[in-house]
Ligand binder design. Sequence first.
Ligand SMILES: [Zn+2]
Length: 76
Amino acid sequence: MNKGRFIAGAVCPQCKEVDKLKMHKEEGEDIRECVRCGYRDVQRFDQQKTEPTTRVNKSRSEREAEEQPVQIKFIP
Ligand SMILES: [Zn+2]
C-alpha cells in the first residue's frame, strides 16, 4: 500500500529506523506503518482526545497500572 506521508523524525519502535514511518487516516483512526519492517499501529482519535495529559502525585502502583503498554497486533 502506497498512501499516507512519512513522519519526519519518527522512529520505528520495532526496527528503530528513522523516517520509515508513514501515517494515514482510515475511518477516524491514525494508522502508522513502517515501510521497512512492516510494523503497524493504530491510534483512535477519540482515545487521544480523552487521554490525560498530566500525571500528578499518584502512588507507584497506580502509575504502573496506567503505564502498561498497549499493543495492537494485526494478524493477516
Ligand atoms: Zn520498522
